[in-house]
Design a protein around this ligand. Structure first.
Ligand code: SAM
Length: 288
C-alpha cells in the first residue's frame, strides 16, 4: 500500500507529512528492499525499526526477519496502522520516541539479544540518536541507519579533514562504520534538500583496532575527545589544559609519554592516539 501511492494514501487518511517529525517517506519498494538486503538479516532475527512511518521498510523487514519491533512517535501514524491493520502480523508497533526509549527494555523484547536496529530517522535528530547509540553501545549488535550525507561522512572521516571530529572518534571507539549505499532526494516524499547515505554501524564492546592497547576508559575518552575538539584550532596541549583534568605541565607530560607532540592539533590524532593519551592521563591521576 505504500511506495508510489504514498501521497494519495496520506491524503486519504487526512494526514500530511510532518516537517517537525522529519517525515520524508521512502517511495520506491526496490530501494527499501535493497536497504533490507544490505542489512543481511537472518530469518531468526528480531529487528528494531525506528521511525516506522507508513511502513515502507517495515514490510520487507518483516519478510526477512522473525519479528519486527517498530517504534514510531507520531500518534496519527499509530492510529492509521491500528485502523488499517496494514502491517504484517510479525510486527509489534510501539508508540515511542526513540530518544526516550529504554534500550534495556528493547533487549528484553528481543529475547535478551543485543539489538539489531534499522532506522530511517529525521535528520534533525541524527546527532542525539547517534550519541544515544554510542552511549548504549553495549546493548547493540549493529545498526543500519539512513543519514544526511554530510553526517554520514563525519562518521567515515579520516584524520586531517574538516569532517573529522567528536562523532568520528566516539563512534570509532565502539563501532566500525561502513558505507552501504547513497540515496538521492528523489527516493523520498517529500524530497529532502540533501543527499543521503545508509551506513552500517557494527558495535563491539572494545573495537578490534584498540583491543591491543593497554587500557580503555570510555568515560575518560569522552572527556578528552570533547576537550581536544572543543577548541579544535588550539594545540592539543592548550585545548586539554582548559579542561581542568590535570595541570598544564601534567598534561604536557602525558602527551609526551603517549609519544605525541604537544603542538599537534586534535584533528591529526587517530583513535589509537587518544586511547594511549587517556591511558597516560589515568596513570598520572593514579600516581598523584
Ligand atoms: N521508515 C519510514 C520510511 O522509510 O519511509 C519513515 C521514515 S521518516 C524519514 C521518519 C519517521 O520517524 C517518521 O515516521 C517520523 O514520524 C518518525 N519519528 C520522528 N521522530 C521520531 C522519534 N523521536 N522516535 C521515533 N520515531 C520518530
Amino acid at each position: 500500500m505504500v511506495y508510489q501511492q504514498t501521497k494519495a494514501q496520506l491524503k486519504q487518511q487526512g494526514l500530511a507529512p510532518s516537517k517537525k517529525l522529519g517525515q520524508n517517506f521512502l517511495v520506491h519498494r526496490h530501494t527499501a528492499e535493497r536497504i533490507v538486503r544490505l542489512a543481511s538479516l537472518s530469518r531468526q532475527d528480531s529487528v528494531i525499526e525506528i521511525g516506522v512511518g507508513l511502513g515502507a521498510l517495515t514490510t520487507p523487514l518483516a519478510e526477512s526477519a522473525a519479528r519486527v519491533i517498530g517504534l514510531e512517535t507520531d500518534s496519527g501514524l499509530i492510529r492509521l496502522h491500528k485502523k488499517e491493520q496494514d502491517l504484517p502480523e510479525n510486527v509489534e508497533l510501539i508508540h515511542q520516541d526513540v530518544l526516550q526509549a529504554d534500550f534495556s527494555d528493547l533487549v528484553r523484547k528481543s529475547e535478551g539479544k543485543r539489538l539489531k536496529i534499522i532506522a530511517n530517522l529525521p535528520y534533525s535528530i541524527s546527532s542525539p540518536f547517534l550519541f544515544k547509540l554510542i552511549e548504549q553501545h553495549d546493548k547493540i549488535d549493529f545498526a543500519v541507519v539512513m543519514l544526511q550525507k554530510e553526517v554520514g561522512l563525519r562518521l567515515l572521516a579520516v584524520p586531517g579533514t574538516k569532517e573529522y571530529g567528536i562523532p568520528t572518534i566516539m563512534m570509532a571507539s565502539c563501532a566500525e562504520t561502513t558505507l552501504l549505499m547513497r540515496v538521492k532526494p528523489e527516493e523520498f516524499h517529500p524530497r529532502p534538500k540533501v543527499d543521503s547515505v545508509v551506513v552500517r554501524l557494527r558495535f563491539q564492546p572494545v573495537p578490534d583496532r584498540v583491543q591491543a592497547l593497554e587500557s580503555f576508559d570510555y568515560g575518560l575518552l569522552k572527556t578528552v575527545v570533547n576537550g581536544a575538539f572543543g577548541q579544535r584550532r588550539k594545540t592539543l596541549l592548550n585545548a586539554l589544559s582548559s579542561t581542568g583534568l590535570l595541570s598544564k605541565e601534567a598534561i604536557r607530560q602525558c602527551i609526551v609519554s603517549a609519544k605525541l607532540s604537544p603542538s599537534i592539533r586534535a584533528e591529526k590524532l587517530e583513535l589509537e592516539d587518544f586511547v594511549k593519551l587517556c591511558s597516560e592521563i589515568r596513570k598520572y591521576q593514579t600516581i598523584e
